[in-house]
Design a binder for this molecule. Structure first.
Ligand code: 13P
Ligand code: SF4
Length: 302
């Protein structure tokens, strides 16, 4: 315990010395929350990265999030402290997939989920996150939208749109494994608890959800709702974040663990601050071409 405390103190001192801020996704380990300047969902963290005035940004999350931070704050040095932080879904679309979809649907707009590589963003008209996907698709001029790569999020957005949504072929292995039976089993114990799903869940799980929210949207929903107990359909780390924000309520998980999200440790963060390990580098031309799609998103929901 005292070792953890002294690591946290070292990190706090190094942050000041190096003019660094620490951004952490909601799925990070609780000890990472303690050293973060901002904890949030993908949209909140993109905004925090864009508005950061620090020389260094330490990103406690996965690869696409740190890349996004670099694209939006190219003059800052951005670090991803841990290795093996690839979000598998972000790599489920290739450039040739995009070219062939564009050929098939030449009039369609390309909306890419922020969970994509910089090269996918560079080929997209606009990005979205789970918090603003419906709004972003609505903002597109075309009545056809190629939506990459998450087919579950695409199908969720389709429920709210008359446009033709052409989905990619990706999904998130954590959310895609949640089934209605898992939810029903939990409901048997907590029969009056609202079930909140992340929009990366399968359609049959969305069908039985009381609410569908981004990770930070879940906090606001549980704060405002009169219930005392909730069933949470997303990555299980979210339970720690909810308990931290709303200690008087109870949360039960039906999700799984996102392994890449759990790679970041206090030791790795300290090492990045000390030795510069894990710096994110992107070609200037790629930063420039990928930036347009992100900036268009932030103009709409910034
Ligand atoms: P949020 O933007 O809702 O936090 O989602 C990010 C993510 O990776 C979900 O799996
Ligand atoms: Fe990627 Fe899923 Fe992990 Fe989110 S939970 S980072 S979408 S693998």
């Amino acid at each position: 315990e005292s070792e953890i405390q002294s690591l946290k103190e070292d990190i706090t001192a190094l942050k000041r010395e190096k003019d660094a801020i620490i951004l952490a996704h909601n799925y990070q380990r609780p000890e990472i929350y303690d050293i973060a300047d901002k904890i949030g969902d993908s949209l909140e963290l993109s905004l925090a990265a864009r508005d950061a005035r620090a020389e260094c940004i330490i990103f406690c999350g996965v690869d696409f999030m740190a890349e996004t931070a670099k694209i939006l704050s190219p003059d800052a040095r951005v670090y991803l402290p841990a290795e093996d932080t690839q979000c598998p879904m972000a790599h489920m679309v290739s450039e040739s997939d995009i070219f062939s979809l564009k050929e098939q649907y030449p009039d369609a707009d390309v909306v890419s989920y922020v969970n994509t590589s910089a090269s996918t963003k560079a080929l997209s008209d606009i990005c979205c996150t789970s918090a603003n996907a419906i709004e972003i698709v609505r903002s597109c001029a075309s009545d056809q939208v190629i939506f990459l790569p998450d087919q579950n999020l695409a199908s969720y957005v389709q429920r709210f749109s008359d446009k033709l949504i052409i989905p990619g072929r990706g999904n998130c292995y954590v959310h895609d494994r949640i089934t209605p039976i898992m939810v029903d089993n939990m409901r048997a114990f907590h029969w009056n608890a609202p079930f909140i799903a992340h929009p990366e869940c399968r359609p049959e799980v969305i069908d039985i959800a009381d609410a569908v929210c981004s990770t930070s949207g879940m906090i606001a929903y549980c704060q405002d709702h009169p219930a005392e107990t909730f069933i949470i359909g997303t990555e299980n780390g979210m339970i720690e974040r909810l308990k931290r924000e709303i200690p008087e309520k109870r949360f039960y998980a039906v999700g799984g663990i996102c392994t890449p999200m759990k790679q970041t440790t206090l030791d790795a963060v300290k090492d990045s601050l000390l030795s510069g390990a894990g710096e994110v580098t992107l070609e200037k031309s790629l930063i420039y071409t990928a930036r347009g799609a992100l900036e268009r998103m932030l103009q709409i929901s910034g």
